[in-house]
Design a protein. Structure first.
Length: 203
């Protein structure tokens, strides 16, 4: 098979952290332990049976004021089938453990639940992209003509929903439960689209 196209865009989502204040400012820091070995963990594909765990957040801690960040993305790969007559488009949603982190003092069910919703939102939009390809792309030429626009449009909608989710939960932590219920419902309603593979004629 010949690989024709591989796209991937990632989104970094974050959970808020309680503000901390300190008047202790130090100009010098004593040497610490050796730096840990670089993270080499493979990306985790979204699965209805495998939820994220705290141990999956393996990157170094990031911005102050945040409890955690989840790096998720949508991938699109297209290949010509071995029969020379068909074209296969595969959409994935993934979580990158090496770019995702969670502060030690914030490693709890609430923070993990917040980041899982971000991953679920990414999966929801990956399914929307696959559905649009299935409904509107007739052949490989069609796909090459529209794929970039479709991909960017669905990613824009995903990013907007991710940001709206954060805003609402930052303003009202109890909103997280409503989001969990709503996104779980949407995932269940699109269960038939979980595979996210579209096969069209080359011509």
């Amino acid at each position: 098979m010949i690989q024709v196209l591989l796209l991937a865009i990632g989104f970094v989502a974050s959970a808020p952290r309680a503000l901390e204040m300190s008047s202790d400012r130090r100009a010098m820091v004593a040497p610490g332990p050796p730096a840990p070995a670089p993270c080499t963990s493979a990306e985790i594909l979204w699965s209805p049976t495998q939820r994220l765990g705290i141990a999956d957040f393996r990157g170094p801690s990031g911005a102050d004021g945040l409890s955690a960040e989840a790096s998720t993305g949508i991938g699109s790969k297209s290949v010509a089938e071995a029969d020379g007559r068909h074209f296969r488009i595969t959409i994935t949603s993934f979580f990158d453990p090496c770019d995702s982190w969670m502060r030690a003092e914030e490693r709890n069910a609430y923070t993990l639940g917040h980041e899982q919703v971000h991953f679920d939102i990414t999966e929801l939009h990956a399914r929307q992209l696959a559905r649009r390809y299935r409904e509107e792309v007739r052949n490989a030429k069609d796909f090459m003509r529209v794929h970039q626009r479709y991909y960017e449009e669905v990613w824009k909608r995903s990013r907007e929903m991710q940001q709206r989710y954060d805003r609402e939960v930052y303003n009202d932590p109890e909103a997280q439960v409503r989001w969990q219920i709503d996104i779980a419902r949407r995932i269940n309603e699109t269960a038939g689209e979980e595979r996210k593979v579209v096969v069209v004629p080359i011509q």
